[in-house]
Design a protein around this ligand. Structure first.
Ligand code: ATP
Length: 326
């Protein structure tokens, strides 16, 4: 009921009467009044005027299950939300929910992570009250080898979702970072639970630096936030909803072919590495190469200094600029 009332308040510019809410939801006036009080306690500024009703004046940066669910404009992505004021890692939460049978599209969101992770066991800085940490559960009917490309589908969706909400130009650093002005704004971590020939579930974790104003020493040079880049605070719930909307659309495109064919063009348009010298750091000795673009499996095609072309597999390596992070 709270989700519905929030939606109604947000969708009505003028006052909406208690009576109208009661009739639409078939609940008592007292029940409506109680929910309004709860919302006010959570920080929503709601005016209550005798004989006119309720009007929402200001929506602060609230993150609750109801706020998130009432924002979603999707069929399945992010429709079933689990919200945690604090958790170890949203990827761990979703993995557990996946094992327990949660449906495709279930989303875990946290205000803070105590064990936020990046690729290959690295740490993702996850302080409270300022950023987005979320993980999406997928149950794709695809072969396990296809899963790494889903990281690229998410990178594309996060980039588009951010640009839907804010007037900024973000880019993608292959395969999984979204960057702005050459600094890292978003990290994505995809994990999979599979058998040899089928995927049980995939977990895509996303960390977006939204309102952080500073970073620890070790990432100060390479990390940034939307607040630093735009100069203003950004509300998290609408941003999450925008990313889910884009992801749902892009995922449907991905499923049509089971690879990046339908998305490669727009992914490449946002790809910062394309046509640049990059440093491939990972499994083998680091080497310099020229980035040509991605193939339909989402691998990065590079030309080595001796002219040989090869594919770089996501998951194995980091790609850096020759002179720095990008
Ligand atoms: P790369 O090494 O190319 O940045 P990666 O994809 O291998 O990318 P991730 O797993 O995405 O790295 O992220 C982990 C790394 O990101 C950490 O090692 C750290 O350097 C950096 N990092 C950690 N927390 C944040 C944060 N909140 N914002 C930006 N960067 C962060």
């Amino acid at each position: 009921m709270k989700t519905e009332i929030l939606k109604m308040l947000r969708e009505t510019e003028d006052y909406i009467s208690g009576q109208q809410i009661c009739e639409r939801l078939d609940v008592s006036r007292t029940a409506v009044w109680k929910v309004i009080r709860q919302l006010q306690d959570e920080g929503y500024q709601i005016e209550a005027v005798r004989n006119r009703g309720y009007r929402i004046v200001d929506i602060p940066d609230v993150m609750t299950r109801e706020e998130l669910e009432s924002r979603m404009r999707t069929e399945w992505a992010g429709r079933n939300v689990f919200y945690y004021p604090e958790t170890d890692s949203t990827n761990l939460r979703i993995r557990q929910l996946g094992d327990e049978g949660a449906p495709h599209g279930t989303l875990a969101v946290a205000d803070m992570q105590t064990a936020g992770r990046g690729r290959r066991g690295r740490i993702w800085e996850s302080p409270a009250g300022s950023s987005i940490y979320m993980s999406l559960l997928l149950r794709p009917d695809l072969l396990p080898g296809t899963a790494p490309a889903l990281t690229l589908v998410m990178a594309c969706s996060v980039a588009e979702g951010i640009m839907d909400c804010e007037d900024v130009k973000v880019q993608i650093k292959w395969p999984n970072d979204v960057i702005i002005n050459g600094k890292k704004l978003v990290g994505i971590l995809t994990e999979m639970s599979s058998q040899v020939d089928y995927i049980d579930h995939v977990v895509i974790g996303v960390g977006i630096n939204v309102n952080m104003t500073g970073f620890p020493e070790n990432i100060r040079e390479t990390a940034t936030s939307l607040r630093i880049e735009t100069g203003h605070k950004v509300k998290r719930a609408p941003l999450i909803a925008a990313v889910m909307k884009r992801f749902e659309e892009n995922y449907e495109i991905f499923l049509q072919t089971g690879d990046m064919s339908g998305l490669a063009e727009k992914y490449s348009r946002m790809l910062v590495n394309i046509g640049r010298e990059v440093l491939v750091i990972g499994a083998k000795e680091p080497y310099k190469a020229y980035a040509l673009g991605i193939d339909r499996d989402g691998e990065l095609l590079v030309r080595r200094e001796d002219g040989a072309e090869e594919k770089v597999y996501a998951g194995e390596v980091s790609v850096r600029g020759v002179y720095g992070y990008v």
